[in-house]
Design a binder for this molecule. Sequence first.
Ligand SMILES: [Zn+2]
Length: 296
Amino acid sequence: MNFDLLIAYGWQWLTLATWAALCVGSFLNVVIYRLPVMMEKDWRAQAEEFLAQTESGSTTEAASASDAEAPTFNLSVPRSRCGSCGHQIRSWENIPILSWLLLRGKCSACNTTISWRYPGVEALTACLTLVVIAIYGFTWFGLATCFFTWALLALTFIDYDTKLLPDQITLPLLWLGLFANGFFSGIVSLHDAVLGAMFGYLFLWLTFWGFKLLTGKEGMGYGDFKLLAALGAWLGWMTLPGIILIAALTGLSYAIFRLALRRQTTAEPIPFGPFLAVAGWVTLGFRDSVLGLFLA
Ligand SMILES: [Zn+2]
């Protein structure tokens, strides 16, 4: 990391970049909350359509029921509301971090506590964005690593909340990794990036099926394979053992910690995505150390 690089850009640039990153963090909060809801609505509509086709006779009923429940719901519509009283969030209440502090973490209409996670995600987004800019600078590849960071942040919180890793994020992340390495003089050759995507997917796919054949249980999901494929596309096949090692060790420590606090039962699955995401981001920042870690 090179903080001189950050300082060399001057405070005007840094203020602008920090502010932009905070606004991205605010948008990530929307994605983290709304994308799983949008996916679930989509599945419900598809399931109803499928059932309507197979069960002739009840078609009109099923179709009208799904229509009735389908007001527009996407990343921009409707405007954000208080989850407790439905109060529409005004623009001054939507300023990253500042609004939360001004409102003292409470809804202005009903005084319900607003989770500290909202300003937390905004602050974390800004910090991690500044770190990748300090490493890669205001270059095309640096900009791409900002998107890498934001995608991993969204995936981490979505997987933690819902145990889902949406294709809408993992697949573009994979293609952006191949593109960035191929065209922006990234960190590995296009060849190593493609091999990274292939081996990343295959490794977890084989682990999944091996585990399933041996124990009859599913240890993880297809989203995890796609996420590791994306990390391989960004960081190259040679970093995969290090990424898997870091993810497994942090995941295991987390599980032991939860068990010790009696917050966790052994039957309840822990999502693997957040640990893969953390391991991938750490590897982007400290690639040589992670490579060295495994060789040692
Ligand atoms: Zn409220």
